[in-house]
Design a protein around this ligand. Structure first.
Ligand SMILES: Cc1cc2nc3c(=O)[nH]c(=O)nc-3n(C[C@H](O)[C@H](O)[C@H](O)COP(=O)(O)OP(=O)(O)OC[C@H]3O[C@@H](n4cnc5c(N)ncnc54)[C@H](O)[C@@H]3O)c2cc1C
Length: 417
């Protein structure tokens, strides 16, 4: 690792801090319009799509500058961009694989939140094994006709466009018959049904397609080569920039220290309990480990290296760390940790009850499960680390062995009959 903050980096950080001091919203953003306006502000300040080429609205910024912005936004718990999925996934996918016409048509509107995007990959029976997806896109004349169902699509209920993976050649081996298609979510035949989550919110949806017609011009890259495009998307999703996660964890940790100092149990401050102190020490140590892992990725990115399968190590670490830490927080806070509303301000996750994106401790606890599932579950990350980082033999898929055995038993049965 070869990394240090230059005087220019420090000056840039000071500039971002000053901008945030002036522009950070003072209360929770309630409406979609308020959320769009915040994203536009971030874009106009040059803090969105920073690494993109200038001709598509980016800054060609260095990974270090992107990391600094990510860190500073997380430090003050700034609201995310409402079109974040478009910015983190769709924009880079189009810049890499889209036609010039697609780039001109879509990329600017992603950055300024004019059009919001969702990712239409997972299906009821295709999550980890995404290549088994069954949504069909048949070519009829100069259109695709799409039929099928997607699930767990974040923000689909308020999206204008979706990045869809669909099967365009049912006879090809499963990884080779998939295409990547841009779908207008307002097209006839698209039905979006929000799903209520354990956290109480409904950010996910099911999306049903019944004879949805999409122009062939909306194909991204080559026909039947969507799987390779999805791999680029997923590498963005697992991402190199985990420095913002370090800042976010640290901000939560600082707040936990304040609350544990205010909260009394059996006549003493919770923070004076030796067992609690040990647990806090462990939490802090784990955040520092995450910091050094993230700095290693940042250092590689500064040298122009793209995140490879090693990014699975950080993905696995930060998502499991968040889950572990949220469990410890619940243990330390006791019943106060479980209040969703009516939390006394001195014990709340957001000391200012009117502001803050993270909501309650209870919400943060429920949400911490998500990181171990999206962008490849923890088990999938372990498989990737085993096979592609450590070079261990490929996983033995029990379901495939069972299917083979069943097929053999079937053949034997037929022969006997
Ligand atoms: C917060 C969040 C946001 C999401 N947003 C989107 C979105 O916008 N668009 C979208 O398309 N999808 C989205 N998803 C869906 C996500 O991609 C899938 O949930 C994920 O890929 C897992 O698939 P699954 O839910 O079908 O679980 P399954 O694949 O059925 O897995 C079930 C369990 O089996 C384990 N497992 C599966 N295969 C193996 C294996 N080979 N070896 C060992 N263990 C295995 C898994 O780890 C898991 O514990 C989101 C999910 C979450 C949690």
């Amino acid at each position: 690792m070869d990394l240090f903050y230059t005087p220019e980096d420090e000056a840039f950080r000071a500039q971002v801090r000053a901008w945030l001091a002036e522009n950070l919203p003072r209360r929770r953003l309630e409406t979609l319009e308020e959320q769009r306006a915040w994203q536009r502000k971030l874009h106009e300040a040059g803090y969105l799509g920073m690494g993109w080429p200038v001709e598509y609205g980016g800054q060609n910024a260095r990974p270090m500058e992107q990391a600094i912005v990510g860190e500073e936004l997380a430090r003050v718990n700034a609201p995310g961009a409402v079109g974040g999925l478009g910015v983190s996934i769709v924009g880079p996918t189009l810049i890499h694989h889209g036609t010039e016409a697609q780039k001109q048509r879509f990329v600017k509107n992603i950055l300024n939140a004019e059009e919001i995007w969702c990712q239409l990959y997972s299906e009821p029976n295709s999550g980890s094994d995404l290549a088994s997806l069954r949504t069909r896109a048949e070519i009829v004349g100069d259109e695709f006709v799409i039929n099928g169902q997607k699930v767990w699509n974040s923000g689909a209920h308020r999206s204008d466009w979706g990045l869809l993976l669909a099967r365009t050649d049912p006879d090809a081996p499963k990884h080779l018959g998939i295409s990547c298609i841009l779908v207008d979510m307002h097209s006839p035949g698209v039905e979006v049904r929000p799903l209520k989550q354990i956290s109480g919110s409904s950010e996910f949806c099911e999306v049903f397609f019944s004879d949805v017609r999409v122009p062939l011009d909306n194909l991204v890259g080559e026909l039947n080569r969507g799987w390779q495009i999805a791999q680029t998307t997923l590498s963005y999703e697992r991402g190199g920039n985990t420095m913002s996660r370090v800042s976010r964890q640290l901000a939560t940790f600082q707040r936990l220290l304040e609350v544990a100092g205010a909260l009394r149990r059996d006549g003493t401050r919770v923070i004076d309990n030796p067992v609690v102190r040990q647990k806090l020490g462990r939490m802090y140590t784990e955040i520092e480990v995450l910091r050094y892992g993230s700095l290693r990725i940042l250092s590689a990115a500064e040298k122009g290296q793209r995140p490879g399968p090693e990014s699975s190590v950080t993905k696995l670490y930060y998502s499991e760390l968040d889950k572990r830490q949220q469990e410890l927080i619940q243990e330390i806070l006791g019943p106060y940790g479980q209040l969703i509303e009516g939390q006394p301000a001195e014990y709340a996750l957001d000391s200012d009850a009117d502001y803050g994106e993270s909501g309650s401790w209870a919400y943060a606890f429920a949400w911490s499960r998500a990181g171990t599932i999206y962008a490849g579950s923890s088990e999938i990350q372990k498989n990737i680390i085993g096979e592609r980082v450590l070079g261990l033999p490929k996983e033995i898929r029990v379901d495939r062995i069972e299917a083979q055995q069943a097929a053999q038993a079937g053949r034997a049965g037929n022969g006997a009959g």
